[in-house]
Design a protein around this ligand. Structure first.
Ligand SMILES: C[S@@+](CC[C@H](N)C(=O)[O-])C[C@H]1O[C@@H](n2cnc3c(N)ncnc32)[C@H](O)[C@@H]1O
Length: 451
């Protein structure tokens, strides 16, 4: 089935790590666009590996547009419309579906932030294109939408680049020094009479937030401190700021708004059982903490050992692209299948934790099968040997049987693990079978690297 595509550009250029203060900001951008894709059933496609390794001859900005159709075809993606999105963009959780507003045209937004820069850039490239560009139709290339009708246009643009590469790079790097592909793309669109739709509302592309005082809020009213860009924008572009501050700024914004993107946890928590009624499962708080900890992280594979009735498994399915959960008892797997019905990303198998583990390195392992000291000690040792980089979730640390706690305490005091977070209920919590926790219900940890 053809889907609309968010074609997200995020290539780390190691030579620019300092200039950009690192590339962690990619994550915050991605989180928001993935949410958009889930909401509107689009496909999120990352352009994170360059087609050409020479990033001087083929700047990322050039590659993103020149090879977009090639890349989608190479990946076997059946596309409808394509929104090309830079990693400097964060889309608001309630942004309307702009794909429905395009009228099947090439869509861009006018660039009006730095008119002098734009004029100098337009003037600089005019000779090469031998064309008088209409500056009132000049668009920014950081967020554009197009479709298969524009395939030939873009492929011809690629040929144009190949034929004029030396001249373009000279203008770009030595003579004009005003952008990369943006102004040439504008020339290409206009010279080829492309009907570019430039009248979609500005909130779909809010650039230069600082210049427009959009980080500010209405301080006179003293009633709402929400910054203007969050209130009035749908797609926030973090440009026009010192590049090395981008990660910190986008992190601050993400921390402020992330709760709006994470699946409303109460909905899913209400569909499973918790420790107050089901002694073998975990508490609601334990599951909530898992959602909070992993909800904004990119988790591809989670493996759970000892899934029992699939209560925590279903929660793991909401934070991980794929979950493989197993239990030694057939009847438990049958019950888990009922509980996780409709969660196509959860695979359930009958399996003894003591058998061979044939998984690719999981991002997360939830080890909850054996609860005797020797059995669990063996399981944790196996994780350390086989999957030392996986994040591990443990239940029953504070269970009064006191078998998990000594193992974990030992690992902590030997400086072998880093506790990422203590999770679940506290000491004193009473379970469904009248037991009482002697310490925190569980934890998330990872092994420290041996140097
Ligand atoms: C405490 S329950 C797990 C609860 C579940 N993880 C949850 O969060 O709701 C422990 C489970 O481990 C399973 N189990 C016991 N021995 C096992 C083994 N050798 N291999 C795999 N699973 C085992 C039990 O059948 C039981 O369902």
């Amino acid at each position: 089935m053809k889907k609309n595509i968010i074609y997200w550009i995020g290539i780390e250029n190691p030579q620019h790590t300092d200039k950009y203060g690192g590339f962690e900001y990619f994550e915050y951008s991605k989180n928001t666009w993935k949410h958009f894709c889930k909401k509107y059933e689009c496909e999120f496609v990352e352009f994170n590996v360059p087609v050409k390794d020479d990033l001087i001859e083929y700047r990322v900005n050039w590659q993103k547009i020149l090879y977009v159709f090639d890349e989608l075809e190479r990946k076997g993606i059946n596309y409808d419309q394509i929104a090309l999105v830079d990693s400097t963009c964060m889309v608001k959780w309630d942004c309307p579906n702009f794909f429905e507003l395009t009228e099947g045209k090439f869509v861009g937004w006018r660039d009006l932030d730095n008119m002098r820069w734009i004029k100098e850039s337009i003037d600089g490239y005019s000779e090469l294109f031998n064309y008088e560009l209409d500056g009132t139709k000049y668009i920014n290339s950081g967020f554009i939408i197009f479709n298969n009708l524009h395939r030939k246009l873009i492929n011809d643009f690629k040929k144009f680049y190949e034929s004029n590469k030396t001249a373009l790079i000279d203008l770009q790097d030595n003579k004009i020094k005003k952008g990369n592909e943006q102004t040439p793309l504008n020339y290409w669109l206009q010279k080829n009479n492309v009907d570019v739709k430039i009248d979609l509302p500005l909130p779909f592309k809010l650039t230069h937030l600082n210049r427009k005082e959009l980080f500010s809020y209405n301080w006179q009213l003293k009633e709402d401190n929400t910054p203007f860009f969050i209130k009035y924008g749908w797609n926030w572009i973090f440009n026009g700021i010192p590049k090395d501050q981008r990660t910190q700024l986008m992190k601050n914004v993400w921390d402020m708004v992330k709760h709006n993107y994470i699946q409303k946890s109460n909905d899913i928590l209400d569909t499973v059982n918790h420790k107050d009624t089901s002694k073998n499962s975990t508490s609601r708080k334990f599951k909530q903490n898992i959602i909070d900890y992993f909800g904004d992280k990119d988790i591809n594979l989670t493996v759970e050992f000892g899934c029992c009735h699939g209560d925590t498994t279903k929660i793991l399915g909401s934070i991980s692209k794929q979950v493989i959960a197993s239990d030694i008892a057939d009847s438990n797997i049958e019950l888990s299948k009922v509980k996780c019905k409709g969660c196509d990303n959860i695979k359930l198998d009958v399996k003894d934790v003591n058998s061979v583990w044939e998984y690719e390195t999981p991002d997360v392992i939830y080890m909850d099968a054996l609860h005797d000291y020797d059995g669990m000690y063996k399981c944790i040792t196996r994780i350390k040997q086989q999957y030392p980089s996986s994040i591990v979730i443990m239940d029953d640390y504070g269970h009064e049987m006191n078998t998990i706690k000594p193992i974990i305490d030992n690992l902590i005091s030997n400086n072998e693990i880093e506790v990422l977070q203590w999770i679940g209920e506290d000491a004193g919590y009473a379970t469904a079978n009248g037991k009482s926790f002697i310490d925190k219900e569980g934890l998330i940890f990872k092994f420290k690297e041996i140097i």
